[in-house]
Design a protein around this ligand. Structure first.
Ligand code: GLN
Length: 298
């Protein structure tokens, strides 16, 4: 493309910022547009916030201007900023993302931080199983925070596991990745006992599509999100059955949940002889359940 056709008034940083605000503020609000601008300058030019604030009269070269142009076009189509820059931050880990994996959410980060707090003072050898790992964010962040733990992570999608493996390598951690379908009753994992079984499975009902944002619907993989309305807890039933077999007696099961189904999900775990507790996230939504086996020795 001839860069003279770009709508930026000049190559100046202040003009790039101005066009982003003109075209995106009505879609995202000016605060979020400002966040996008900061993330793009960081990704494209390696500039931190201070550098950006003090460089508004500087110019960028034509090839960088073109990258800002395409980023702006993508954002107008609600392409997630994480897909544009190819990665996101999760619990201090840099996690690459693609359309094959769910973009890690801050709610999930909160759950991982909570788990780390529960277990960080424990000296016994931990083994962790992460079901439906996707990008690998949960498994990788747990291994980073609890380095002595043995971590196994499974997913049905080989494309997701490829990204998860890459993410583990980029973060310098060792995670054992296994491709398997947890809904398949043949599910078996060699190491039979885990101290933590954790999962963020698909839990959004098809009927909830109407309330969802375009950036999620158009770009996150449906495989990682949706469950049928007539059986929305199917993954939790499978997880409960796996945990009955593979959770150590003093272990803990932790699952992210659909806030609209918290009580039903807790009841399901109770039926499988677990003692569940529902936890509320930073947005005030019932977001995860932790459960121990009822025969746990106190
Ligand atoms: N919290 C995610 C969303 O609302 C859903 C994650 C999931 O289904 N596990 O997009």
């Amino acid at each position: 493309m001839n860069t003279r056709n770009l709508r930026f008034r000049s190559n100046r940083v202040s003009d790039i910022m101005a066009l982003f605000h003109e075209e995106l503020d009505t879609l995202y609000g000016s605060g979020e547009t400002g966040v996008f601008i900061g993330m793009l300058f960081e990704a494209f030019l390696g500039w931190d916030k201070v550098r950006l604030l003090t460089s508004k009269e500087q110019t960028v070269d034509q090839s960088d201007l073109l990258r800002f142009h395409w980023a702006l076009e993508d954002l107008k189509r609600y392409r997630p900023i994480q897909h544009i820059i190819g990665c996101t931050e999760f619990c201090g880990c840099r996690i690459a993302v693609s359309p094959d994996v769910l973009i890690p959410r801050p709610e999930t980060e909160e759950i991982v931080n909570w788990v780390v707090n529960q277990f960080s003072t424990l000296n016994s050898q931990l083994s962790i199983l992460d079901l439906c790992t996707g990008s690998g964010c949960i498994a990788i962040a747990l291994k980073k925070a609890l380095p002595a733990a043995d971590v196994t992570a499974v997913d049905i999608s080989s494309a997701a596991l490829e990204i998860a493996r890459q993410n583990a390598q980029n973060n310098g951690v060792d995670v054992n990745f296994v491709q398997t379908d947890i809904l398949n009753s043949q599910f078996s994992i060699l190491n039979s006992q885990f101290s933590i079984i954790i999962s963020n499975p698909p839990y959004v009902r098809e009927s909830e599509r109407a309330q969802m944002q375009r950036n999620v619907l158009d770009y996150d993989p449906a495989l990682a999100l949706f469950v049928p309305d007539d059986d929305p807890l199917r993954f939790y039933r499978a997880i409960a059955a796996i945990a009955r077999q593979h959770l150590a007696e003093d272990g803990m099961l932790v699952v992210e949940i659909n806030e609209a189904l918290a009580d039903e999900t807790a009841a399901l775990f109770r039926e499988h002889a677990f003692s569940p507790a529902i936890h509320t996230d930073f947005r005030g939504k019932q977001r995860w359940i932790s459960a121990t086996t009822v025969n746990r020795k106190q």
